[in-house]
Design a protein around this ligand. Structure first.
Ligand code: 13P
Ligand code: SF4
Length: 339
């Protein structure tokens, strides 16, 4: 896979060089102004990173923000494929990722050469690819989708158009069931959403019969079949804020509960349990690599920094532009009812 994240150069500052009395929040604020930087964060980032970000959102909202910003530097507090998207849509900006190793199990599960062979083996199919993939896989795709726009985009495709969907088989399976479309699925999964336990969820629902379940479509069907609402991270957040119920079980990465508590302080949010009944295993190990200290160091070192060869960038831009053109207007992401 092409390495698109340039690590800090030799001699760059590291965590070992940090003054123990440094106030990283104040320093990040100073550097944000000095370097004309915008900090974008995904809902799965640690609460303290979410709180200092200029914007927190789901994958689609963050892509739109990255395309629209007039800042010179985008500090992307999320994972590599998100920072790559920011560079693809805003090539003139410097895009920083606090930890160069912040990947994604879905991206890993879909290597570009294997994906190209998959495409070649299915002539006449349209490659609808989830945004959680590398720039190279995007370059081999026809249209990129996120969990907040995918149903809308599928509804715009001719009814007889055969579809390849990669890399998340749970999201693909959910879409095939919901839209009735025949889809050939790539067998990838998200390690976070794949580990939720149906048995533990049913126990939790019995203990809390007044709680509604709000789930991300990367969850397997054993979870989705118990969900009252299925949608992207922003859609899950909107649902719990707007629904009159007071208690919710949240079947996605639990750092999003930080925003839920801020937006609906009187309500109760219970993280969906993993197989061992606890919830630490539901934290995304890739998202967790980013810390306040690494965010500060990235702004000092101007690295790790995303760089994408222009031919690859242009090839990946095309399916991303089709996504942006076919997406519902910003702020109008439909709240999806569960099946
Ligand atoms: P969304 O924020 O688009 O729902 O995606 C979730 C996710 O898994 C990001 O890695
Ligand atoms: Fe990837 Fe899953 Fe982590 Fe999202 S939560 S970044 S899909 S591993």
């Amino acid at each position: 896979m092409t390495n698109t994240v340039i690590p800090p150069a030799g001699g760059a500052k590291s965590e070992a060089d940090l003054d123990p009395f440094l106030d990283p929040w104040a320093e990040i604020e100073r550097l944000r102004r000095k370097k004309n930087a915008v900090i974008l964060a995904h809902y799965y980032q640690d609460g303290e990173i979410q709180d200092l970000a200029d914007f927190v959102g789901d994958s689609l909202d963050l892509s739109r923000r990255a395309a629209a910003t007039d800042a010179e530097v985008i500090v992307f507090c999320g994972v590599r494929f998100m920072a790559e998207v920011a560079k693809i849509v805003s090539p003139q900006k410097t895009v920083l990722l606090p930890d160069a190793e912040a990947g994604c199990s879905l991206e890993e599960a879909c290597q570009p050469d294997a994906f190209r062979r998959f495409r070649d083996a299915h002539p006449g199919h349209l490659a609808l690819t989830y945004i959680n993939c590398s720039a190279q896989v995007k370059a081999y795709s026809d249209i990129i989708v996120t969990s907040s726009n995918v149903e809308d985009i599928i509804s715009q495709l001719p009814a007889d158009q055969p579809i390849l969907f990669a890399p998340d088989r749970h999201l693909g399976g959910y879409l095939a069931r919901k839209t009735g479309r025949e889809m050939t699925l790539w067998p990838g999964t998200c390690i976070v959403h794949d580990q939720f336990s149906e048995r533990q969820l049913v126990k939790l629902k019995v203990e809390h019969p007044d709680a509604l379940v709000s789930a991300h479509p990367e969850c397997h069907d054993g979870i989705l079949r118990h969900a009252d609402h299925v949608g992207s991270t922003r859609s899950i957040l909107d649902f719990v804020v707007n629904d009159p119920s007071r208690k919710f079980i949240i079947a996605t990465e639990p750092h999003i509960i930080h925003q839920m508590k801020k937006a609906a302080p009187g309500k109760t949010f219970i993280p969906a349990p993993g197989a061992d009944g606890g919830c630490n295993c539901s934290n995304c190990p890739f998202m967790e690599l980013n810390t306040i200290e690494k965010l500060y160091l990235a702004m000092v070192n101007m690295a790790p920094r995303v760089e994408i060869a222009e031919d690859l960038r242009l090839a990946a831009l095309h399916p991303l532009q089709r996504m942006l053109e076919m997406s519902p207007p910003a702020g109008a992401v439909p709240a999806q009812a569960a099946e």
